[in-house]
Write a new protein. Structure first.
Length: 255
């Protein structure tokens, strides 16, 4: 087979030199891969992308949905998502499960008007401490109380369920555990409220600082007659003994 002739010089081949870098050769002074008089391909050499059609999004309403409420696609309800523990939170003493001794004692205390001025609810998370405290607040302010059970239909019960009642004040001691937070709460204790009883619910009370616990102790010793404190905690051993001794302690258990 005949030997292949040597490659012609670059000038004779009609190629040009240039200091350019492309995807084929990243070295400067390299020979471009295109002969003289020809240009590299550009976007103009390819067919244009077809125009995207605009798809209209139709908003349909479910039958019975108000005109101001629109549901995309009609497949999702108009009500926002609600967690299960909030959807099925007990609203009456009879709906609390697994805490029969606690429920019985609180219901009898409300029915016989022997409510203590301060309670301590202790137990693991999810056993119904805060829910029971809210039910107790509704029972103490319900307008149509039946054997210690709130009816859940009066104005006070509906306001407590909606979280807009002035008779119930909640404080998360895990994030508001300073002495100034407790002093601000104590400063509102003597103020009146629309209902018969003003209930203060302090969650995770064991997280209070020593100064905040000392400030709360004085109010627990001599509370106003229209105020009831409900302290909830998952670790009662960390609560000051002086505070535990001034409250009625109820222990909540897992199911």
């Amino acid at each position: 087979m005949a030997e292949t002739s040597a490659a012609p010089p670059r000038a004779a081949a009609g190629l040009t030199l240039g200091r350019r870098c492309n995807r084929f050769n990243f070295l400067p002074n390299a020979i471009p891969p295109y002969p003289r008089g020809r240009r590299p391909p550009s976007v103009r050499d390819f067919p244009a992308r077809p125009e995207r059609r605009r798809v209209a999004t139709y908003i349909r309403r479910r039958p019975g949905t108000p005109a101001g409420v629109s549901v995309p696609g009609g497949s999702i309800g108009a009500m926002a998502h609600q967690a299960l523990y909030r959807r099925y939170r007990p609203q009456r003493f009879s709906e609390v499960r697994g805490q029969e001794p606690v429920v019985r004692a609180l219901r009898n205390a409300v029915a016989e008007d022997r409510v203590s001025h301060a309670y301590l609810f202790s137990g693991p998370r999810g056993t119904g401490k805060t829910s029971t405290a809210r039910i107790l607040a509704k029972a103490l302010n319900c307008e149509h109380l039946v054997e210690g059970e709130p009816d859940g239909t009066c104005e006070s019960c509906l306001a407590i369920d909606a979280g807009t009642s002035y008779d119930v004040q909640e404080l998360d001691a895990a994030s508001n555990n300073g002495v100034n937070d407790v002093r601000e709460l104590i400063g509102r204790v003597n103020l009146g409220s629309p209902g018969r009883t003003k209930v203060y619910i302090l969650d995770e009370v064991h997280m209070l600082t020593a100064q905040a616990s000392a400030a709360l102790l004085k109010t627990l010793e001599e509370p106003p007659p229209h105020v009831v404190f409900v302290l909830a905690t998952t670790d009662p051993q960390k609560v000051l003994p002086t505070i535990r001794s001034r409250t009625q302690h109820f222990d909540f258990h897992l199911l």
